[in-house]
Ligand binder design. Structure first.
Ligand code: G6P
Length: 609
């Protein structure tokens, strides 16, 4: 989703801005642009293609400068088009006094727009962002920081801003409310970015802003004020970003690379786990876990499906009731609250606006036992939760979550075990058995990945269909949901998932030989029930594509195609069964020729609601 980078430095910052935008590309965007101050003028370039196209335009124009801002835009208000791309200018691009980049959504933009039009401003875009540029210009009396402070006081909604003005050439002002923004402290200048990753290679000294903060970036210093206008300091941290993750190696796409990294990602996530204990989730976890009466899991997208799997594990192992809520729904619902609820927010990025909103909503209801399961230690989510568990998937570039999802499941399984332990429901021998199974997972995942050639053969068939149905039962129903999501995200095929027992309540009407039915069929207690559901499909001329276990008694036939996983993996089976569905989606998308790592209209980190 949208990304910002800004700089005030002693050297030409154009290469740094472009590299920063390139690092933010994976998050998904549809246009990009930059503005730099040079030789008494603010100059700009924008593109509705890739950052590489913007770089070409910048080179053609010979742009350079010591102060500037840049942006990748993911359209919300106004279609992807050059005139809607950031930076936005006021009073006009031809004679700019203000240049501004914005992440987030301004909810009162219509009222402000009317007011500014009455004041004589002419709008060049359909964006909510342009309103902020004109508002700052309207309030500008020679001090950019003052004008930004007065303007943000009138904004409703979420924003991260980077603003500069040719009137004050060595200054960039930033502000944050509900959208991440960091300051980079470098040897030859100061920087602003929506994500520390954008500053990799520039500086590892990062200051995370808090909601309401306004920051003044200058060459020799930066200065911060909080929402009440008081001067504040925020801790400066050393943040190591692994830029090596952005290399493809022998793979065709990052998604493929990340699928094949899963054995390593799971092993890394387990590397500091010496035993099952609440302290895996933070020093203060034990008293919290002892108090827990219910668990509420909040998340979006694939992270929500990881949460759905965890419901089965926590209820089975710890006997604690679990509710799993889609964050965007939960945050606006008036649901009953219980202070003895453990609120578990699951998010790869830790910056998903709805997940953060849901967490804040839960806290506002008096639920203070909060736990983040997150892949980014420095994220807003981790900083806002009392407890945390960091998965070690490493940077995930592909928009469709793969290794982040499986490592979230590992973390949630450890949570189920720890809650069971605190409740006296996990004997030492059971703990040892579960740990042994977890430690064997990387090898078991390798064995699943080795089945890629068979899955490619199936993908040929899927690439030619329009719809696919995914079935699972029990803790493999969320796996079916995740499989359908993967297929639709990256191959643009319509796919949906059902708990197999629901077939006859609707989806059976859709079954025909044109719609493949993928079935997740591990050798568990529900297999016989599932086989009856498969018969229902077979009897109506459907084609079944079954992911079974070596010992699942499922017989292949011309209409029943079977791939068998090497072993049945008990409670951890959902983690293994996820992988062939990722490969199926991936190879179907390869055959269909879609933009796999950056699927159309989607973003990696959804920082607006
Ligand atoms: C986007 C991504 C998904 C991800 C979801 C939640 O939709 O494309 O892959 O599952 O956001 O993101 P989070 O960072 O909160 O896990």
């Amino acid at each position: 989703m949208c990304g910002i980078i800004g700089a005030v430095a002693r050297r030409n910052i154009v290469p740094l801005l472009l590299e920063g935008l390139q690092r933010l590309e994976y998050r998904g965007y549809d246009s990009c642009g930059l503005a730099v101050y040079d030789d008494g003028r603010l100059q700009s370039a924008r593109s509705t293609a890739r950052v590489s196209d913007l770089a070409q335009r910048v080179a053609d124009l010979g742009l350079q400068g010591l102060t500037g801002i840049a942006h990748t835009r993911w359209a919300t208000h106004g279609k992807p088009a050059t005139h809607n791309a950031h930076p936005h200018f006021s009073p006009s691009e031809a004679q700019p006094r203000i240049a501004l980049c914005h992440n987030g959504i301004i909810e009162n933009h219509e009222v402000l727009r009317r007011r500014l039009e009455e004041a004589g401003y002419v709008f060049a875009s359909q964006t909510d962002t342009e309103v902020i540029a004109h508002l700052i210009d309207h309030l500008y009396r020679g001090d950019l920081f003052e004008a930004v402070a007065q303007a943000v006081a009138q904004l409703h909604g979420s924003y991260a801003l980077a603003v500069c003005s040719p009137e004050e050439p060595h200054r960039v002002v930033g502000a944050r409310q509900g959208s991440p923004l960091v300051v980079g402290v470098g040897a030859d200048g100061h920087y602003l970015a929506s994500d520390a990753l954008a500053l990799a290679g520039v500086t590892d000294q990062i200051v995370y802003l808090e909601d309401g903060d306004i920051v003044d970036i200058q060459l020799e210093r930066y200065w911060l004020a909080d929402a009440d206008g008081r001067a504040v300091t925020r801790p400066q941290r050393t943040v190591q970003v692994h830029t090596g993750a952005a290399e493809l190696g022998p793979y065709r796409h990052f998604m493929q690379k990340e699928i094949f990294e899963q054995p390593r990602a799971v092993a890394d996530t387990l590397k500091d786990v010496e035993g099952v204990m609440p302290e895996l989730f933070g020093d203060k976890a034990w008293p919290a876990f002892a108090r827990v009466r219910t668990v509420l899991i909040i998340a979006c997208g694939s992270s929500y499906y990881a949460g759905l799997t965890a419901k089965y594990w926590i209820e089975t192992l710890a006997r604690i009731p679990v509710t799993v809520e889609i964050a965007s729904e939960y945050r606006y619902r008036d649901s009953p609250t219980d202070p003895d609820t453990l609120v578990v927010a699951v998010s790869q990025s830790g910056e998903t606006a709805d997940t953060l909103g849901a967490l804040r909503h839960a806290r506002a209801q008096g639920m203070d036992m909060t736990l983040a399961i997150c892949n980014i230690a420095s994220s807003s989510l981790v900083r806002e939760c009392a407890l945390s568990f960091i998965t070690h998937a490493g940077v995930e570039i592909g928009v469709a979550s793969t290794k982040a999802f499986t490592t979230q499941m590992v973390a949630l399984f450890l949570l189920a075990l720890s809650l069971a332990q605190v409740r006296g429901r996990l004997s030492d021998s059971e703990e040892a058995e579960h740990l042994k199974a977890l430690r064997h997972l990387p090898l078991a995942l390798q064995a699943v990945l080795a089945q890629e050639p068979q899955i490619i053969a199936w993908a040929e068939r899927f690439a030619r269909c329009n719809d696919a149905l995914f079935l699972g039962r029990g803790m493999h129903y969320p796996v079916a949901l995740e499989g359908a999501l993967k297929l639709k995200e990256i191959s643009y095929l319509h796919a949906e998932a059902y708990p197999a027992g629901e077939l006859k309540h609707g989806p059976l009407a859709l079954v025909s030989e044109d719609m493949p039915v993928v079935t997740v069929a591990p050798n568990d207690a529900l297999l016989e029930k599932l086989k009856s559901n498969m018969q229902e499909v077979d009897a109506r001329g459907g084609q079944l594509y079954v992911f079974a276990d070596a010992d699942s008694a499922v017989t292949a036939s011309p209409s029943v195609h079977v791939i068998r996983l090497a072993e049945h993996y008990g409670l951890l089976s959902p983690i293994l069964h996820t992988v062939p569905l990722q490969l199926l989606a991936y190879h179907t998308a390869v055959i269909r020729g879609t933009d796999i790592d950056k699927p159309r209209n989607l973003a990696k980190s959804v920082t607006v609601e």
